[in-house]
Structure formats: structure tokens, C-alpha cells
Design a protein around this ligand. Sequence first.
Ligand code: ACO
Length: 324
Amino acid sequence: MVRSVIAGCGAYLPANRVTNDDLAQRVDTSDAWIRERSGIVARHFAAEGELTSDLAAQAARAALADAGLEADAVDLIVLATATPDKTFPATAVRVQTLLGCRPGVPAFDVQAVCSGFLYALGVADSMVKVGLARTALVIGAETFSRLLDFNDRTTCVLFGDGAGAVVLQASDASGGLEQRGIHSVHLHADGRYQDLLYVDGGPSSTQTTGFVRMHGKEVFRHAVTNLSGVVTEALEANGLSAADLDWIVPHQANQRILDGTARKLEIDPARVISTIALHANTSAASVPLAMSVARADGRLKAGDLVLLEALGGGFTWGAALVRL
Ligand code: ACO
């Protein structure tokens, strides 16, 4: 039996940091409103010409260095993004060449918006388990700023650009939850809610890129319900209670969603990793970005039992139980 272990993680934020006050110079908003409603203090926007693949490659390099591996060790790249460089080919194949990974290894994109990283992790973990890969790069990367309508203050203040990555390695799975590795992945989608959070463009519909559109209050309500549901599902599947977890690493959408979910699950908010203030909602990048920040500042440690969770447009949502 094989299990995939997270052997390293890394992240990248573009150099251009935009504070709430900076944003208030071009949008009718304020630092106080954004902080109070979302917990966001700043976000990073990619420079002109800086592509999702560039961000992804930076995060992947950091993850490989953290794992002590070279690019030629990689035999699978799964990249989650809703903001690909091009409609095709997949952004993952440019990352393959940027990193100098071996030609011929499979590389493809996964699209599940803000839960994209959980979906990519589930796909890569399954491929490792069935022997299709031994060392996989799983990346979440977004240039979400390119989808923002700066005339819509209800959405444009909430998102940012960034990337995060983990390296998965095949490992022996003879032991139980005390062993390092991904212990379970739980993925869901419900297309009945696709009109609550979407981009109003695309190659087959409008032949334009489009902008993010969101019914914020409804998204908020579904997020708290679905996220607490999938966290409970993951805990029950492993015979655990919330008190057994060292940390929850949630998708960084909004501090109030993090707080509401923790309240519903009766989890101490101090055990919920929050990095939203630093980079706003970076969609598929946010879970590995939060992991990397929390690793670097000493909150996440080797051996911790961690639950990753996310919800995004679709709706799509998911969770993964991991021993670091
Ligand atoms: N700056 C200042 N005022 C604003 C802004 C802004 N950026 N945006 C809206 N307002 C105003 C509105 O116009 C409204 O004014 P009015 O009362 O005079 O009409 C007032 O603020 C309140 O607006 P609401 O939409 O009712 O604000 P609400 O308290 O619902 O907060 C928010 C909006 C933050 C979007 C909230 O609904 C939310 O957190 N939703 C979750 C959405 C989310 O996080 N999405 C991320 C993607 S999904 C995911 O990743 C899970």
C-alpha cells in the first residue's frame, strides 16, 4: 500500500503589494470597510506580462527546494487555476518547461476555482496511490486580478494574485493516522449554485475573458454550511473529533467565513490558520499559500495533524486530512 506524503511546500506573491488604502484611491471603498467585512489588509497584483505560470513556477521551485529535490525528480504536475495563461495549452506545461522538468512527464490543469487545490491534491494523491507517479508537484496559482471589475467594489476588493505548491512523494502506508501523509480527500460539487459566483465570459459562451460576479451574502451562507459539513465528513471518516486536529488550514476567502465555520464546528479559532490579511483571496493558491506562511512562521510543524478545506464557485468544495 502506498500513501502520498507532503515532502515540501512553497509559495510566491508578486512584488506589487496593494494595500486597502491604495485600492481606495481608485475604488469607492475604505480600509475600515474592507478590514471589517473581510479581514483583508493587502493583496498582491501580478505585474503586466507576469503570468500565472510564472507565479506557479516560483512557488514550485520553493516547494522543491523545501523537499530537497531537483526538478528532474518530478514525474507529475497538476496545476489548479481559474486564470490560465491561455485557453490552451494547460498552464502546467509551461511550468514544466520553466522548471526544467523532464520532457514526457504528465502535466495538466484542474479547474475548480477556489477549491482547485483540493481537487488537484485529490487527483495527484490518487495517481500516486495507483502507481502512476512517485513525485508529484501540486500547484495552485492565480492571476485573479485579471478577472476583477474595478467598477464593482463588492468583488474587486476581495481578491489577489499568488501561488502555492506542495511536493507529494510516494511512501509506505502500512501504519495508521500516526503516519505522515494524506489520509483522506473529500470532494464535492453542486452545479445548482453556479450563478452565485461565476465569471461572465469564456471561449464557448462570449469569446471574452469576463469578470468575476458574486452574490456575496448567499456565497457566505453556503460557504459556512458546506465547509463545516465537509470538515465533519472528513473527521468522521477518520474516527476523529475536532479536538484531535492540530490545525485547520482553510481556503483564505474571508475572515468572517473562517470565524463562522469555526463557530459552527465549535473549534477554537486560534487553531485555524488565517493569512487572509496578507494576500486576500487568491483562489486556488490560497491553501498552499497559507500552509507555506504558517510553516515559515512556526505554526505548522512536522507531525501535526491538519485538515485542509476550501469552497469555490460551482459550488465546488472539499477537504483533506493530512499528517505533516
Ligand atoms: N467598500 C465600501 N462599501 C461597500 C463595498 C466596498 N468595497 N462593497 C459594498 N459596499 C457597501 C454596499 O454598497 C452596501 O451599502 P448600502 O448598505 O448603502 O447599500 C453595504 O456596503 C453593505 O453591503 P453588503 O453587500 O450587504 O455587505 P456584506 O456585509 O454582505 O459584505 C461581503 C459583503 C464582504 C462580500 C460578504 O457578503 C461576504 O463576505 N461574502 C462572502 C463572499 C466571499 O468571500 N467570496 C469569496 C469568493 S467565494 C470563496 O472563495 C469561498
